[in-house]
Every structure is written in structure tokens, then in C-alpha cells.
Design a binder for this molecule. Structure first.
Ligand code: TRP
Length: 380
């Protein structure tokens, strides 16, 4: 028998190749986020965020259970996170699950727990100290606060700072995880350091810590990039053994790098493939014009005649996934590009303006966030 060749691989520590999301649904054993479940969300929220309408969140685990609980008066809390890392600034792709959380917090009026595992990258990367991640944590917190989370309903957990309340719970999780589970989930082997083997237990903790604190079981919903799913596949096995609900999960696709659809915008693969939240308008313009992969034709004449291909055009995909929520406007851009009426340069100009408008707002709020950090970090 010929073994099917895998043309992509996804773990929390590696995303490579052209990602096939329908294959991923099968391989990970998650459910497709279908219109029935979306309708249930819409019934509560009145409208659907563009990330939900356009399939940016495409899969889930136990979302219908979570909504059943909600209908029965059992409110959930939200949880997601970001591992601070030296030289890895927040880019637009990171914002997708965080924006989703902020929207869900607003619509469902629920608590939000945001984890900053400041030991994670230290454990996994060779050239990074715990002091490096301290500064990175600060920068990352500004981006999260800037998105508009409610201070009175949002708690930041920083692993090394909140180890006191987290460690005991992490030990309970760790006792139920074997090395062989971690090996198969993350592709580890005997030479991985023991800190990285333990780490997944720390990432599990915020999914039930609010239940520990409140001394009652509270459902949890985790919006995340699908590469983080393996951590929670393990946690979902363990948590019922500790007496807690399995957390529900919503998975988003990756925002593609500027250089072409299929992969993941990554801070580590060079600054030309990602747009960072701190980029200047000039940098954004330069990057889009120079690097955004185009589905247009080589010459204007040819483009007018044959038209462009929006499906592989990164600028169009960014508008679709993130920056043009108006369905009619998006459709017109799509049709004009396809017919050759809209040129690549013009399409890029639309995107550049949208991104810069978004970033100028974000950067203003990011400045204001500097005075608000204390309101968000959990009091020890
Ligand atoms: N491991 C994540 C990262 O590398 C950070 C993280 C911690 C996280 N807790 C989470 C991500 C919960 C999603 C959901 O950035």
C-alpha cells in the first residue's frame, strides 16, 4: 500500500508546507464550524463577526455543548494566550483569535483570561533568556489591551509571576500526562529538555483555574490558531479526570504570509513576510507593494485582457479575511479584479489604506494601554 505523502505539518512548534484545512479537520478530529452552529451564535449576538461569516474560524470542539450550557444559564469564560519571545513582535495574524475573544467578551458579556507563558519560548529556543521575555511580555500586553478588552472582566496570567497559584494545578495536570503522550503530540524525543515536556501542563491551567478560584465548574471557550490544538487535545483528556469540564475550542486559519497563501504569517521567517502592529505607514506600504503575492498578470495589457485571480492574491485575501467587512464592497473588488478592471497596484492601494487606518487606531490605543497594565494583571 502506498502511504499518503504528507505535504504539510502542524504542531505548536512547527507549521510547514501548504496547509490543507479540510485534511486538518480530519487529521485533528475537530468539527467543521457549520452554519447551524453559527446560527446559534448569531441568535445570541444578533450579528456575526466577519471572522465567523467568512470562515476564518473554520473548526471547533464542543461549541454546541458550550452553547447548550449558555442557554441553560451556565455562562462560560474565554481563554487564549501568547508566548512572549525576544525578537518576535506581534503581527496581524496573532490578532485574529484575540479580536475574536474581544468580540465574544462584548457580545456574551463574559470574563476573559489571557495567558502570557513567559517561560515557553525560553524553554524551546536556544538564544533567549527569561530577562528577554520580560520586556516582550510588556510589549505583548499592550497589543492585547489595545484591542479593547474590559479591564474589570479580563485577567492576565503571567506564568513566572503567577506560578504561586498555577504550579499546584499544573502538577495535577502533569501527573496525568505521560512522556509518550507529549512525544506523539509534539514530535518530541529523548533529547527535548524536561521543561518543554512539562510545559503543556502550564498551558492547561487557565482552562480551569477560574473554576478552582470560584469553587464551581465553569465552561471555558478557547479561540486559537489551529497549531495550538495539540496542547488542548491533551488537556481535554486530563481535565475530566480532575473533575472539570473539557474546554470548548474554536480554531482559526492562519493569516497567510505576504509572500503567498497556504502558510502562516510568522515573525520568525523574516520581517518582509509579516505586518507588525508597530509598523509605520511607510513600512506597510513598502511591504505590501514589494512583497504581497499578486494574482495579477505580468503586464497591464495582459491584466486588462485576462483579469487577475483573487483566490491566490494575498492582498485580496487580507481584505476578505480581515480588512473589508462590507460584503458588497468586497464582492465589487473581487469582480473588478477578476475582470481586469482593477489593477494589482490599485488593489494594493486599497489594502494599504485599510491596514494603515487600522494600525493608526491600534497604535494610539497601544500608547494609552501603557497606563492600564495594572488593571489587567491578576493580583497575586
Ligand atoms: N503557546 C502559545 C504561543 O506559543 C501561547 C498560549 C498560551 C496560548 N495559552 C494559550 C495560545 C491558549 C492559545 C490558547 O503563543
Amino acid at each position: 500500500m502506498v502511504k499518503e505523502k504528507k505535504d504539510f505539518s502542524i504542531t505548536p512548534y512547527e507549521v510547514g508546507g501548504q496547509v490543507d484545512y479540510s485534511k486538518l479537520i480530519k487529521e485533528f478530529g475537530v468539527s467543521k464550524l457549520d452554519s447551524r452552529t453559527l446560527e446559534r451564535i448569531k441568535k445570541q449576538t444578533g450579528e456575526l463577526h466577519v471572522f465567523l461569516r467568512r470562515g476564518i474560524f473554520f473548526a471547533h470542539r464542543d461549541l454546541n455543548w458550550l452553547l447548550d450550557e449558555y442557554d441553560a444559564g451556565n455562562k462560560f469564560f474565554l481563554y487564549t494566550g501568547r508566548a512572549p519571545s525576544k525578537g518576535s513582535r506581534v503581527h496581524l495574524g496573532h490578532l485574529i483569535p484575540w479580536i475574536m475573544c474581544q468580540w465574544l467578551q462584548e457580545k456574551f458579556d463574559v470574563d476573559m483570561w489571557f495567558q502570557f507563558p513567559d517561560e515557553e519560548k525560553f524553554l524551546y529556543k536556544p538564544d533567549i533568556t527569561l530577562e528577554d521575555t520580560e520586556q516582550a511580555t510588556y510589549e505583548d500586553m499592550l497589543d492585547v489591551i489595545a484591542l479593547g478588552f474590559r479591564p474589570e472582566k479580563t485577567k492576565f496570567l503571567i506564568d513566572t509571576k503567577h506560578a504561586g497559584i498555577m504550579y499546584k494545578e499544573a502538577c495535577k495536570v502533569a501527573k496525568k500526562i505521560t512522556f509518550s503522550m507529549v512525544k506523539s503530540s509534539f514530535g518530541f524525543n529523548e533529547s527535548n529538555n524536561v521543561g518543554s515536556i512539562f510545559y503543556t501542563a502550564m498551558q492547561a491551567v487557565p482552562a480551569f483555574l477560574p473554576s478552582v478560584i470560584k469553587k464551581k465548574n465553569i465552561p471555558c471557550l478557547i479561540p486559537l490558531g489551529i497549531d495550538q490544538d495539540p496542547h488542548f487535545r491533551i488537556s481535554r483528556d486530563v481535565m475530566p479526570k480532575l473533575g472539570y469540564y473539557k474546554p470548548a475550542i474554536m480554531h482559526n486559519v492562519f493569516l497567510p504570509p505576504l509572500t503567498g497563501i497556504g502558510g502562516k504569517m510568522a515573525a520568525s521567517s523574516g520581517s518582509e513576510t509579516a505586518i507588525y502592529t508597530t509598523d509605520t505607514p511607510e513600512e506597510v506600504k513598502k511591504k505590501i507593494n514589494k512583497y504581497a503575492f499578486s494574482g495579477g498578470q505580468a503586464t497591464i495589457e495582459e491584466h486588462r485582457k485576462k483579469g487577475g485571480n483573487p483566490d491566490i492574491d494575498v492582498s485580496f485575501q487580507y481584505l476578505k479575511m480581515f480588512f473589508e467587512p462590507d460584503d458588497n464592497k468586497l464582492q465589487k473588488i473581487h469582480d473588478d479584479y477578476k475582470s481586469g478592471k482593477l489593477l494589482t497596484g490599485e488593489l494594493k492601494a486599497i489594502l494599504i489604506e485599510k491596514i494603515n487606518k487600522f494600525l493608526s487606531e491600534h497604535q494610539k490605543k497601544r500608547e494609552q494601554a501603557k497606563k492600564m497594565i495594572d488593571k489587567f494583571v491578576l493580583k497575586n
